[in-house]
Design a protein around this ligand. Structure first.
Ligand code: KIV
Length: 271
């Protein structure tokens, strides 16, 4: 007997249709099978295997240290869990900025070895050649402008970007260029809401924001942040839907107390 799934898989084209009909796009990060399964079953549209794995999973201060092979490990774990969502994987720092040939090799390796559906790259006009070359291989590319964490040592801080007119103008131009190069969507991170709204209205491709206000076509959050697992990170844009740091801490404390007091395992919990 064949099983007919009732959902339609999300594609780059569905995201474009969602923008056209004014339906907001939901996107969350995942780096492992179990989390990705829960997120996909919840009906999220896009799962981002972000290089934020460098911070969240590996405890690094920045996203710079994560390698291509580590991104592939995370992405293939996520892909094994997915029935519906579009899975986008970050090209990590150093895997695409050098030259377009290297960029294509990195993107092909991710697609071949993880089974992901698209890649994301940080930057505008300066990575034109890399974007265009990856697109010639039929690999969909999502852009990322505003606060681009791979450039943290250039920026010096994680503060809001593009508050000044010159940077805002450049960002708007870059968004239009990314659309012209052929990107299927764009992430805008931590920029003023009025600028993000203007970008979303100026390009036809979907614009997904994080700390970019409600005037864009969709929202993305880092899952561990919105679940309240990373309790020391408190930017204004972050809405916490749970306080898992405390809930999990309490569960661990209870378990330890049960072991120490010989309350666990009980007779029913043994063979
Ligand atoms: O790496 C990541 O998680 C990201 C999001 C913050 C957009 O790029």
């Amino acid at each position: 007997m064949s099983v007919h799934k009732e959902f339609k898989k999300v594609t780059t084209h569905s995201l474009q249709e969602m923008k056209s009909r004014g339906e907001k796009i939901s996107m969350l990060t995942a780096y492992d099978y179990t989390m990705a399964k829960i997120i996909d079953n919840s009906g999220v549209d896009v799962i981002l295997v972000g290089d934020s794995a460098s911070n969240v999973m590996a405890g690094h201060q920045t996203t710079l240290p994560i390698t291509l092979d580590q991104m592939i490990y995370h992405a293939s774990s996520v892909i094994r869990a997915i029935d519906r969502a579009l899975v986008v994987v970050d090209l990590p720092f150093g895997s695409y900025q050098g030259n377009s040939k290297e960029a294509l090799q990195s993107a092909v390796k991710i697609m071949k070895e993880s089974g992901a559906h698209a890649v994301k790259m940080e930057g505008g006009r300066e990575i034109k050649d890399s974007i265009e070359r990856i697109l010639t291989a039929g690999i969909p590319v999502m852009g990322h402008l505003g606060l681009t964490p791979q450039s943290i040592y250039k920026f010096g801080t994680y503060n809001v970007r593009a508050k000044e007119e010159e940077e805002a103008d450049r960002l708007l131009q870059d968004a239009k260029l990314l659309q012209d190069y052929g990107c299927f969507a764009l992430v805008l991170e931590k920029i003023p809401a009025h600028l993000a709204t203007k970008v979303a209205q100026s390009v036809a491709i979907p614009v997904i924001g994080i700390g970019a206000g409600g005037g864009v076509d969709g929202q993305v959050l880092v899952t561990h942040d919105m679940l309240g697992m990373t309790h020391e990170f408190n930017p204004r844009f972050l809405r916490r839907y749970l306080n898992l740091y405390d809930s999990m801490g309490n569960a661990f404390k209870q378990y330890i107390a049960d072991v120490k007091s010989k309350n666990f395992p009980s007779e029913k919990e043994q063979y």
